[in-house]
Design a protein around this ligand. Sequence first.
Ligand SMILES: [Zn+2]
Ligand SMILES: [Zn+2]
Length: 366
Amino acid sequence: MIQVRGRSSPVWPVHPRPLPDELLSSWMTRIARANHTKVYSFYASYFGREHQIWNRDIDKLAPDWLMDGLEAWTGLDRSEIERTTLRSYEGVLYEHHNPYGNTKWILPAGVYHRTRRRHGLVYCPLCLFEDAEPYFRKSWRLSFNTVCEHHGSRMLDACPKCDAPVVYFRRDLGHRRAHMVDSMVLCHQCSYDLRRGPAYDPPAPDGETLMHLRALITFRDMGWWFSGETTHSYSIAFFDVLHHLATYLTSRLGRRLLEEAEKVMPRPMSNGAVYRRMGLDMRSVEERHQLLLTALWLLMDWPRRFVGCYSATGLCMAQVTRSESFPYWFVRALQGQIWPFNKKALAKRLDGFYNISDIPEKAEIC
Ligand SMILES: [Zn+2]
Ligand SMILES: [Zn+2]
């Protein structure tokens, strides 16, 4: 247990509870503000300056000494505090949380000293505007969260005025004379009020795919998921395939699948964009939105739509999976193409979705 330094009170004078889905660093910033102290000074006085907090990604790291201190000084149940950390997604969205490196679906903050180089947090200006007390959500650190689950508008990942990442606890640094941080919703770099950011309609291939993405964002921790009429009792299996496909579509070979999908999509998403090579979670919110919707569109009406596009690419299973292991429902669809196959039988299975003349005579055998 961490030692209380220079303070006699067993709990902080004011210790608001985390708000629904609140992120650890947002909650900690609100606690310091509620106690009329600047964030850095407040936590340094309790934890000591030797403990690094704000030049780390504490939402991801959530070290034991920090959890111990918060538990002691807020008097809250440990489980309520741990729910504010990104580790709580372990076993729900991915298998293993990596506190020191990148974890699938978690936006990297790119912490460098006290600055953040990456846009590791998205936000909805309308949610912040409607909040009685504005705060930042834990789910806003997830890379598939590109549309607000409440307002349906596209999420933003930077200050609309100066393009700085959102780092609400950094307003302290530029205002040394101020008694405390004025507001969490002002850009730390240019003071723009993030609540006044634009609320764009998100582009989508069709309404059904957009609804599927919104459902995925809203019911992210349900534990099971579906594609077409196929139910996945273990949602991580679906999340793994979605992440892989959205990443794969920008690779040299995966581009073929993207092009085939865009030939038949009601509204192509990439708009001819050439994607730079980088991981999905490193991309801007616009690019993630385009790629996730294309991957989701392919996974809907499972397996008909995917099989139609995949068979037209001439790719083989190993070229798609890249030797990674995937759930059987996905592998089975890929395996169906490794053969000299019966074109008529496949066309019947595709039920007119794909033009028979677009189906190659023979897929590549690996
Ligand atoms: Zn919203
Ligand atoms: Zn700004």
